[in-house]
Design a protein around this ligand. Structure first.
Ligand code: ZN
Length: 523
């Protein structure tokens, strides 16, 4: 009978107190031999438990590897199913400091929507800004904003996050040589794991630079990028890069699945667009198919447009028209469009952009590095076009530093127009924040005003480059660098505080990322 007892209930004096079926509650005194057996049993249980733990760890590791490499590759249509299968347990968000849902950033210099700067407190309730105003605040839920410049989080309106894996792999080449000879062959070898860790490193880089949202276009497995958006706490507008040449229909089906499974996920922080890569990789018939699928779902489109003169000339040679004219005829622009680059534009194309309410992502760093040209940004702004800013992929920039991009946009416009007032600092910041959010199709994001999402960057103004401090907006654009990003908040959650990341394990990400990059490039 004794061996059937629950041994946790046998006290050290060898007395069992409990219920032994079928005799009901009893008290049994063990004989010395029984005590000896009992000790052996306890020992066996201890050893057995240790074995079970070891087996569990090994089995768990095996299962996770298996899920990561096999199950997660299957077209599982249900997000919940993936959670059940364990594909989403690699890094759980920790959501930073133990701040209540409601807190206040006290005593910061605040960049207001009209470009002015005020000393104020920002009250955050849940995921929104509930009040901005002066006066003393006290209580425990106070984040000290003194000496900090509060701006809306920066929005990277065009990037390829996992391309961090190819940073510095191939530089100083023309766009087509760079893409076709060096980049695409390595991208063809990328696995699900590579996409995940590449995007995870990008997320670290973006948060550390004060970025809170990004528009991403890349190859297969964009669900891995969605996972990174979920875990990091960032906002991401994702699309499957569509190139028609090989398996064009399958890629389009991937984009449809991405939309159905992830649009609106992570409390709305993940949104999904359709990603026809460019006119030179997607002929008009294919663009018509994309437009049909996107409009069926009410989805918008993210596409490279008019990046190089070669692209324009090939379009005229192949179709007798410039790219915007060709694409407009496919109906794609009627879905709502984010067009990246737009470097070479005719007046007729600017009119199409204006009429179709196309938002432009200007990428000055990439355009300069690849010698693509200078986008007519001031002309677009004068036409009332929403011009946002993007870094493009880290392989053509070579970083995801949106503050640097903001400065480049301001300076390049001056050079382009020979006018030092072409894009003032406050307007450059508006392009990097408010216009960026609009470019991603995000409502109530990109401005520090009541009712907007609490997506906020706090910049540390104690560095020497901030002295003297006459104009924080000017200092941020022309003088500071992105290491001044001190605290980053998205949806009212703190992703970084005092430069300490709260949602991502940076060292682990760098180690896994480096292993992926080395395997891919053989370096
Ligand atoms: Zn791009």
């Amino acid at each position: 009978m004794i061996h059937k007892a629950n041994l946790h209930e046998i006290s050290e004096d060898g007395v069992y107190r409990g219920t032994l079926k079928p005799h009901g509650r009893q008290v049994l005194r063990l004989k010395p031999l029984s005590k000896f057996i009992h000790t052996l049993l306890k020992l066996k249980i201890a050893v057995g438990a240790a074995c079970h733990v070891a087996e569990f760890v090994v089995a768990h590791k095996f299962v996770r590897e298996f899920v990561f490499n096999h199950i997660a590759n299957l077209p599982i249509k249900n997000f919940v199913a993936k959670i059940v299968f364990g594909a989403y347990d690699i890094q759980k968000p920790k959501w930073g400091m133990n701040m209540a849902d409601n807190f206040v950033i006290s005593g910061a210099k605040v960049l207001m929507p009209d470009g002015t700067v005020e000393a104020a407190n920002i009250f955050i309730s849940g995921d929104k800004i509930s009040k901005i105003g002066g006066g003393d605040v006290d209580g425990s839920n106070v984040l000290d904003g003194r000496g900090k410049f509060a701006t809306p989080g920066l929005v990277n309106a065009h990037t390829h996050a996992s391309m961090t894996l190819l940073r510095s792999y191939s530089d100083d080449k023309s766009l087509m040589d760079w893409l076709q000879k060096d980049i695409w062959p390595v991208e063809d070898k990328m696995t699900r794991r590579d996409i995940y860790w590449g995007a995870a490193l990008a997320a670290v880089e973006m948060i550390r630079g004060g970025t809170t949202a990004f528009a991403d276009m890349y190859g297969p497995c964009m669900d891995e990028v969605a996972k990174v958006v979920d875990e990091s706490g960032l906002r991401g507008s994702l699309c499957r890069g569509l190139i028609s040449f090989v398996d064009g229909d399958k890629k389009l089906a991937d984009n449809v699945a991405l939309y159905k499974n992830f649009h609106g996920a992570a409390n709305g922080r993940v949104t999904v667009m359709f990603g026809p890569h460019a006119i030179y990789t997607c002929p008009p018939d294919y663009l018509r198919k994309v437009a049909a699928e996107a409009s069926k779902l009410g989805a918008e489109v993210h596409m490279h447009m008019n990046e190089t003169l070669t692209e324009i000339n090939d379009s005229i040679k192949n179709y007798g028209k410039r790219p915007f004219e060709v694409v407009a005829e496919t109906g794609l622009f009627d879905c709502g469009t984010l067009a990246a680059h737009c470097v070479h534009l005719s007046d007729a194309e600017i009119e199409i952009i204006r009429r179709k309410k196309i938002r432009v992502a200007h990428n000055p760093g990439s355009n300069m590095k690849l010698a693509s040209g200078i986008a007519p940004v001031t002309k677009l702004l004068a036409a009332g076009v929403t011009v946002a800013l993007g870094t493009d992929g880290a392989s053509s920039n070579n970083n995801l530093d949106m503050l640097e991009e903001t400065r480049l946009a301001a300076l390049l416009a001056n050079v382009d127009t020979l006018n030092p007032t072409a894009i003032p600092a406050a307007q450059a910041l508006q392009m990097a924040t408010d216009f960026g959010a609009q470019a991603l199709g995000l409502k109530s994001v990109g401005r520090l005003e009541v009712g907007c999402k609490a997506d906020i960057g706090l910049w540390d103004m104690r560095g020497v480059e901030w002295q003297p401090n006459y104009n924080p907006a000017s200092l941020l654009v022309y003088s500071a660098n992105s290491s001044a990003a001190d605290t980053v908040i998205v949806d009212g959650k703190i992703l970084m505080q005092n430069r300490e990341l709260k949602t991502l394990d940076e060292q682990k990400i760098i180690a896994e990322f480096t292993a992926c990059a080395n395997r891919l490039t053989g370096k």
